[in-house]
Write a protein that binds this ligand. Sequence first.
Ligand SMILES: Cc1cc2nc3c(=O)[nH]c(=O)nc-3n(C[C@H](O)[C@H](O)[C@H](O)COP(=O)(O)OP(=O)(O)OC[C@H]3O[C@@H](n4cnc5c(N)ncnc54)[C@H](O)[C@@H]3O)c2cc1C
Length: 348
Amino acid sequence: MKVLVIGAGLGGLTLAQGLRRAGIEVAVYERDGALGRPQGVSLHLDDRGITALRGCLPSAQAAMIEATMGGLREQTLSLSEVDGRLAVVAAQPSSARPGRQTHRPLLRAVLLTGLEDAVRFGAEFTRFERQPDGTVRAWFADGSTDTADVLVGADGIGSAVRRQYLPQAQVVDSGRRMLMGATALHLAPELPDLISDNPAVVRMRDTKMVLGALRFASPPAVARQRFLPALRHSAAAVEDYLMWALPGPADDLPPALQRIVDEAWPEMTSTLRIGLIPPIPAWPASPVTALGDAVHLAPGFGGNLAMQDAHRLCAALIEADRGQFHLLDVIGAYEETMRNSVQVKASA
Ligand SMILES: Cc1cc2nc3c(=O)[nH]c(=O)nc-3n(C[C@H](O)[C@H](O)[C@H](O)COP(=O)(O)OP(=O)(O)OC[C@H]3O[C@@H](n4cnc5c(N)ncnc54)[C@H](O)[C@@H]3O)c2cc1C
């Protein structure tokens, strides 16, 4: 069996790692160049993401990620100004599943390690065509093509695979915008003691700001030496930091918060639009399928769902490859589970 994966994001790379580990031929096509663009700062990895990574990655890659995660995040803190200083004024159980922070560029670099010969960068997928022999042919912007038994759209929110395959699915702009960034932890020395590893919502004057510290359990450079020397050296060159998000206007920040924003790493600062994909009615299975943000958006845990999809789809394709079940049956079963778990989460 040969599988084409469109998109070298979290889901596409997790799938490619799992397929390669099972000895299935896989080719990944990524629109961005090898260095890519910033794809976020840190990611709250819960049991779904961890299980998927353990299930799909070689043990060295999985160990590298687990060794460098932050501490357990179980509750969300509320912070405000008390007697001129920031203080915790409330704590409640987190609405997210318990998990740990991971540094997103590091996670992606680890996911790419070992797949260098399988990923083609600068390759923008444009369309596919199902062939009479049951295979699928994919076209790219430079005119090149590739053909395989299965085509997987793992190409994120703007998915070109979804646009052609499931045109009834629409991305809706939620209207929410967010400024996000990361600032070296030593520039806000009082905060780690205050919030530990938990996410915190600061409310001061008319400002709301979300904060979280990532203190690597093991420094990435040390973990790289121990677990994954093949990892790109620069991917492990990062110090502990404070991740922050401003969901509202940032015109008149109190000085303590203004400093965090002013000192942020420019390459990690970006403005985001939050979109939604309303649930898509079931569709018949075919050799074209999709995972992650290409078919569902779940603000705050979409990365975990993308990796969970990848793990499930990988298991399904292995069954088909071994002749245990028919290809379209396993793809249909994967898609039904994926649709159901997204709808349960969306209404939870
Ligand atoms: C600020 C922010 C914070 C978040 N925090 C969390 C969190 O804490 N926990 C969590 O679980 N989730 C989080 N998410 C959500 C998470 O980032 C996404 O759900 C996740 O990245 C989806 O993975 P994916 O593989 O489906 O898509 P992506 O990771 O978006 O990957 C898609 C890839 O496809 C490529 N591509 C696109 N079009 C084409 C094309 N035509 N041809 C070839 N390649 C193409 C893109 O360049 C990209 O590399 C957060 C998202 C944001 C924006």
